[in-house]
Design a protein around this ligand. Structure first.
Ligand code: DX5
Ligand code: ZN
Length: 233
């Protein structure tokens, strides 16, 4: 059974904890904890050591987590060949697949492959990629992911200079008349969330600030949800 990202609210701030910041030695327990703490979906960062200079998780990890986790698997493919990996990750439990427009494959072909795999479609752009790169594909997207760090590692500082691009994309979404989640990824915490939300993001990826919160995951997630008051959709 697939969990549909389109059934997740568009009119409140939602939180996708990135398990990259969890303890892989106790991953099952960490995922159970973050679910109980109020996560809206689970963000899975897949890196191939080629598109980005880091290696993270593969299909067997998703399959293992899928057995116990009931959250929507928000799979972020930071790989050079999303066309090859889409069916593999869909089979392993991905519900939603986001790929990078900067990857080596033809974006239209990747979109078709994600749909054929019965997943919802996300497209991500790196900090130096303009919003206009998304335009030809807008009609097929369920989610747009703006990177607020250079992809590759957790724990980096939030790039506030990406906020005008977030605002520009929010305007593109309004003009499209479609429901598209606008997700932001990198350096999101209880402070930076307000900049992201005021610019027009509605879905927050957060690794370090959730899994390593000094006052616990529930307080961290509550702190992100609180930004709903300033949502600019
Ligand atoms: C970076 C990843 C992020 C990262 C976020 O390439 O896509 O999802 O794990 O981590 P924090 O929240 O620690 O910046
Ligand atoms: Zn990510």
């Amino acid at each position: 059974m697939k969990y549909d990202i389109r059934s997740i609210a568009y009119d409140k701030v939602t939180v996708a904890p990135s398990i990259l910041a969890a303890d892989f030695g106790t991953l099952d327990a960490d995922v159970a904890k973050v679910t109980a703490a109020g996560a809206d979906l689970l963000h899975l960062d897949v890196m191939d050591g080629h598109f980005v200079p880091n290696l993270t998780m593969g299909p067997p990890l998703l399959s293992s987590l899928r057995k116990a986790c009931t959250l929507c698997f928000d799979t972020h493919l930071m790989v050079s060949h999303p066309l090859f990996y889409t069916p593999v990750f869909a089979k392993s439990g991905a519900d939603h697949i986001t790929f990078h427009v900067e990857s080596d494959d033809d974006p239209a072909e990747v979109i078709a492959a994600i749909k054929a795999a019965n997943c919802t479609v996300g497209m991500s752009i790196k900090p130096k990629t303009p919003a206009s790169a998304l335009l030809p594909y807008l009609k097929d997207l369920d989610l747009i992911l703006v990177m607020s760090v250079e992809p590759g590692f957790g724990g980096q500082s939030f790039m506030a200079d990406q906020m005008p691009k977030v605002a520009e994309i929010r305007q593109m979404i309004r003009e499209s008349g479609r429901q598209i989640h606008l997700e932001i990824d990198g350096g999101i915490d209880r402070k930076t969330v307000y900049e992201a939300v005021r610019a027009g993001a509605n879905m927050m990826v957060a690794g370090t600030s959730v899994f390593r919160a000094a006052d616990g995951m529930a307080a961290a997630i509550d702190g992100l949800h609180a930004a709903t008051a300033e949502l600019a959709i």
